[in-house]
Design a protein around this ligand. Structure first.
Ligand code: AMP
Length: 113
């Protein structure tokens, strides 16, 4: 299987990790859409939100708590930030390995495009 994010997780695609947890890693998006744009990614290959099950509940908790901690580290914990899962092509998902986008550092519009 040829998965970019599995390559980052297993080290075959060298990428600076800004956070490492038991079940997750985080790194900066290669095409940032905001001054802070971090991807929080499970070590396990899960295709998308649509492939999640009840057994993934602790993983999801770890992802959200990591987002909270990274937002503080990035200095956007108080000003505000957005967390996004794109699920499926119509929503813009381009990498089929679950990831949580953490975006902030500028005023973010709503509704999203
Ligand atoms: P999505 O479109 O929601 O699937 O998000 C995938 C994100 O992964 C996009 O924002 C890409 O810019 C980002 N991306 C793709 N390849 C890499 C990479 N090698 N390192 C960091 N970010 C990446």
């Amino acid at each position: 299987m040829d998965c970019i994010f599995c390559g980052i997780v297993n080290g075959s695609l060298p990428t600076e990790l800004i956070y490492e947890g038991d079940q997750i890693v985080a790194f900066r998006d290669i095409t940032p859409q905001a001054p802070t744009h971090v991807l929080i990614v499970p070590r396990e290959h899960i295709e998308s939100v649509a492939a999640l099950g009840e057994a993934h509940t602790p993983l999801l908790g770890e992802m959200f708590l990591a987002a909270q901690e990274i937002a503080q580290q990035e200095g956007i914990g108080e000003t505000g930030y957005r967390l996004v899962f794109n699920c499926g092509r119509a929503a813009g998902q381009s990498v089929d390995h679950l990831h949580l986008h953490l975006l902030g550092g500028r005023k973010l519009g709503w509704p999203p495009g």
